[in-house]
Write a protein of this length. Structure first.
Length: 55
């Protein structure tokens, strides 16, 4: 059995917002930046993600 030590895990916070702290518009992101989406995918692909109820 493999041992698991919670101290080995780190926490990564990813935040993105537009002018006036806008994080969404009409159920979508208010921007389209393919390179940012690729970077987000690379950061989160094999990770647990905690998101808000409507995100």
């Amino acid at each position: 059995m493999m041992s698991f030590d919670r101290r080995d895990q780190g926490i990564c916070l990813v935040v993105a917002y537009a002018k006036h702290r806008v994080i969404g518009r009409d159920g979508a992101m208010p921007w389209h930046l393919p390179e940012d989406l690729k970077h987000f995918r690379a950061l989160t692909l094999d990770a647990s993600i905690v998101m808000g109820r409507q995100t």
